[in-house]
Design a protein around this ligand. Structure first.
Ligand code: 6PG
Length: 240
């Protein structure tokens, strides 16, 4: 099941998305005693994280287990680090137990970091089947990538590994990312996409031909879970 929700502006989107996260969190804790969430990096979700940290104090923070969908190969205090952004906007402001925050270690050798993160997933979710997150939050780049699944990279079609490190030619850097098989196993997957510069690509992803090698966001399709798109009017402006 997937649905597309369009909001008049980013503030309204953030408010509604926070309420949705609260619902998923509450149901997850009722059913499984914890809330496992993989957060998106980039710039779009910063406002959401800040809102969650300030206006949504009713979360059961002690039951949160926080992961990352992808990471840049930089140290955690680097301004380009996704962890750094999440730490500044959310983690430093709420009482999530430190040992329940699982950082992708961008400062390590990339392949070693990817293997280490796979082991973290096995430790937390059990190693007999694909890790099933309660919620995975994703962004979408203006080239249609998501997490660090960039166009024309083999990571899009990775079937064995749960986490991969790969050189992204377009960025001339290495990235670490969850693979589609892990992402698609989640109970809930939510894309948050805002701004006019995403509009054309978003229409291609949602309404265009299925071509995940050039539009990697299209590879995201939950096996049993739900897919939600939270977009603002600007990003929706070219939806046919
Ligand atoms: C990252 C993100 C990436 C992001 C998109 C959109 O590491 O950059 O995980 O997948 O969600 O690039 O980024 P913006 O939100 O900055 O447009």
């Amino acid at each position: 099941m997937s649905d597309i929700r369009v909001y008049k502006n980013k503030d309204e989107l953030v408010r509604q998305l926070s309420a949705k996260i609260r619902t998923i969190e509450s149901n997850s804790i009722d059913e499984r005693g914890r809330f496992t969430i993989a957060l998106a990096g980039g710039s779009t979700p910063k406002a959401l994280y800040e809102f969650l940290a300030t206006v949504q104090p009713i979360m059961q923070w002690d039951k949160w287990h926080v992961f990352f969908g992808d990471e840049r190969t930089v140290p955690p205090d680097d301004v380009d680090s996704n962890f750094h952004m999440v730490q500044e906007s959310l983690l430093s402001k709420v009482a999530i137990p430190e040992h329940q925050i699982y950082r992708m270690k961008g400062e390590l050798e990339p392949k070693e970091s990817a293997e280490q993160y796979s082991q973290v997933l096995k430790d937390v979710f059990g190693d007999d089947r694909l890790p099933q997150f309660d919620l995975i939050l994703l962004g979408m780049g203006d080239d249609g990538h998501t997490a660090s699944l960039f166009p024309r990279t083999e990571a899009i079609h990775e079937q064995e590994k749960w986490v991969v490190a790969h050189y992204v030619e377009k960025l001339d850097t290495w990235r670490i990312t969850l693979t589609p098989s892990v992402i698609n196993t989640a109970h809930h997957i939510i894309f948050m996409v805002t701004g006019e510069k995403k509009a054309k690509r978003l229409n291609q992803v949602l309404n265009g031909e299925y071509q995940p090698d050039t539009l990697p966001s299209q590879i995201i399709n939950p096996t049993n879970g739900e897919l939600h798109w939270y977009i603002d009017d600007l990003a929706a402006s070219e939806l046919s």
